[in-house]
Design a binder for this molecule. Structure first.
Ligand code: HEM
Ligand code: NAG
Ligand code: NAG
Length: 601
């Protein structure tokens, strides 16, 4: 029988708490203390042992940290001082803020008090938070060896991702990365066919709705587009989520079947798959918010289990077929052909799965690997395109300029080529500016493998000591909006900052201030692929539509930006949607828009 995550955590706790009591009782018996002390005092002593041992441990740890820091010529990271023991008040406040917060504004409050890097120390456990480019550079690149995703992160993701490139460390990660990387280095022109087919289906579905007088949820539409595209290019078998009906706004008056239901009123296979997929990711997102105590929410059941069963049922026949095909092809070609370097090469028109089955026929490895890449690539790209459409709706002059570039470089109807996309500077600047303001992976997490140091933000002072096994969270979202790094207009949407003298002034001398795709050995494998997919879709949207409008009336009232945002500094007062994040950034309640069809199309 498989133990639930909650059961495993609880039994660990019981063992760790009971062990000192039992040890004490045995010692008492052995030394004959029992005959001196009455029984109730012995029991009291035993009960007091675990908490006292814990507090002694905490005190010893702080002393030991000071000594180890001094040995490295470093100082401790400033500690957040909450009002309650173990900073419980900070933990509770932060949990409450999750629903009201704007893009990590809660952390800005702590930052005002403690600086750009501080130790939140939840329940006496070190937990460092930083927005310093020099720290992120050390974590991801220059001191890569001292930081891993770590056991805690792996535990959270294991039931969904197994072990794959996204969810492993050390040699295991190297193995997975070297297995998948060749697939992404190839100039894979054939993807454009995939993008084109699905873009056309998506735009047709949207136009139908606009003509019927409805707004659409662009976030939903584009997530279907990225799921269909990803399933097709990863394993050659499209999930066809774009073919089921789009959802209607919460207030729509309509007589047809509601979104997500097929004609006979039952959810169809595609919807079941995408719902299960989304729900598994939401469960994992909840785990990351709850940190080390997430298993307590999963005492009776692993909350991802049912959803992953659906996802695995979708994948298994596809993988079985690929293995079978490889076996037959292998027999035809003879053994010697399928060995050595031949295996590692990626052939034109090949899917990732085709490529992987030549390296291994282990079903679990194949399934995990494909799933890792699907999760890494799908919601991120959908998130960026959703934010891009939002920003183009909010800033029509940027939309006009982007359309002008599309019309002059590609024209009103031709399908864009790889070279077209490369030569569209403004398009790139719009994408970069979108990724700066709304990075699809707003925050990330690592754990130290050894005692190490990070540079002091104040060059006058000693470096910062980071103890072994410490969790460290970094927020690129907050870093991307820092006025001291990007200039006084950092909160504004202005793609020109990637084209004019501001580029030389800020980004070129300090490239680590812009990290939507991470950096270093674990930099996003799909960066080029993502730029291609996003650019292709935006060009098609520019050809088909002349204007985007936010349909604020279609957004359900509980998903609208909260009133208190008017008092938060930065963009919060002007924002027209509620950005939230589980693993990736998304618009709470969807991104409801109307689009005006262009005359040429
Ligand atoms: C705008 C779109 C995208 C953004 C912003 C993005 C961002 C990121 C980030 C921040 C990471 C680092 C995660 C970490 O180390 O904790 C990452 C890793 C990764 N990304 Fe992307 N990504 C995007 C699209 C894609 C696409 C389309 C694919 C594949 C088709 C992809 C595949 C991967 C893979 C495989 C990794 C893991 C690399 C490793 O750990 O060695 N990504 N991505
Ligand atoms: C956009 O950002 C990428 C990644 O940092 C960079 O390589 C590219 O030059 C940028 N393009 C523009 C137009 O700013
Ligand atoms: C659905 C739809 O009308 N798509 C059109 C978008 O624009 C391109 C370029 O003009 C056309 O080829 C598509 O048919």
């Amino acid at each position: 029988m498989k133990l639930t995550p909650g059961f495993r955590l609880l039994s660990n706790w019981v063992l760790n708490t009971l062990a000192p009591c039992i040890a004490l009782a045995i010692a008492a018996y052995y030394f004959g203390v029992l005959s001196i002390l009455p029984v109730w005092q012995t029991l009291l002593l035993a009960a007091a042992t675990p908490p006292s041992a814990f507090l002694l441990g905490v005190a010893y740890d702080t002393l030991s940290q000071r000594r180890r820091a001094a040995a490295l010529g470093a100082r401790l990271v400033p500690r957040v001082k909450g009002r309650w023991p173990g900073n419980m008040d900070v933990v509770i406040e932060q949990a409450e803020e999750v629903d009201r917060d704007y893009m990590g504004s809660y952390f800005l409050k702590l930052e005002q008090k403690y600086g750009k890097v501080y130790n939140v120390r939840y329940l006496w456990d070190d937990f460092i938070f930083t927005t310093e480019p020099s720290h992120i550079k050390a974590i991801l690149a220059s001191n890569f060896g001292s930081f891993v995703k770590g056991e805690e992160f792996n535990d959270i993701f294991r039931s969904v991702l197994g072990t794959g490139v996204f969810n492993s460390d050390g040699d295991m990660w190297k193995f997975h990365r070297s297995m998948t990387r060749p697939f992404f280095t190839h100039d894979r022109i054939s993807h454009f066919d995939t993008f084109d087919t699905h873009a056309e289906t998506a735009i047709t579905a949207a136009k139908d709705r606009f003509r019927a007088g409805h707004a659409i949820d662009f976030q939903d539409l584009i997530s279907r587009f990225t799921l269909d595209s990803a399933t097709e290019f990863l394993f050659g078998s499209c999930a066809h989520t774009l073919h089921s009906p789009l959802p209607y706004p919460y207030n729509a008056v309509h007589t047809h079947s509601p979104g997500g239901l097929s004609a006979n009123g039952k959810p169809n296979a595609a919807d079941i798959l995408s719902t299960a997929f989304a729900s598994a990711q939401t469960s994992v997102g909840r785990r990351t918010n709850l940190l080390g105590i997430w298993p307590l929410w999963e005492i009776f059941k692993d909350r991802t289990e049912d959803d992953m069963k659906v996802v695995h049922e979708f994948l298994e026949p596809i993988i079985a077929e690929a293995i079978e095909k490889q076996r037959v092809d292998g027999l035809d070609a003879g053994e010697e052909k399928s060995s050595g370097t031949e295996k590692a090469e990626v052939h034109e028109g090949e899917t990732l799965l085709d490529h992987l089955v030549r390296l291994t026929t282990d079903r679990v490895i194949l399934r995990d690997e494909v799933l890792n890449i699907m999760i890494a690539g799908r919601d991120t790209t959908a998130s960026a395109l959703t934010s891009a459409v939002y920003l183009l709706a909010m800033y029509p002059s940027a939309m006009d300029r982007l359309r002008e570039e599309v019309m002059s470089k590609v024209g009103s109807s031709r399908r864009p080529t790889y070279d077209d996309l490369r030569n569209m500077k403004y398009l790139r600047a719009v994408l970069n500016e979108t990724l700066r303001l709304f990075p699809p992976v707003p925050m990330n997490l690592r754990q130290t493998t050894e005692d190490t140091t990070l540079p002091s933000p104040d060059p006058e002072r000693m470096p910062l000591f980071i103890p072994k096994n410490t969790m460290i969270t970094y927020s690129v979202a907050l870093m991307h909006r820092r006025h001291d790094l990007w200039g006084p207009d950092a909160d504004e949407f202005d793609p020109d900052r990637f084209l004019d003298q501001r580029l030389q002034k800020y980004l070129v001398p300090n490239p680590f201030i812009f990290l939507p795709f991470n950096a270093g050995p674990r930099i996003c494998l799909g960066q080029q692929f993502a730029y291609n997919e996003m650019s292709f879709m935006l060009v098609r949207l520019m050809q088909n539509f002349s204007r985007f409008e936010l349909a604020l009336d279609a957004l359900s009232p509980d998903a609208r930006p909260p009133a208190h945002w008017k008092d938060i500094p930065g963009r919060a007062p002007i924002e027209k949607f509620h950005p939230r994040s589980h693993l990736t950034l998304y618009a709470k309640g969807g991104m409801w828009v109307r689009m005006i069809e262009s005359e040429q199309a």
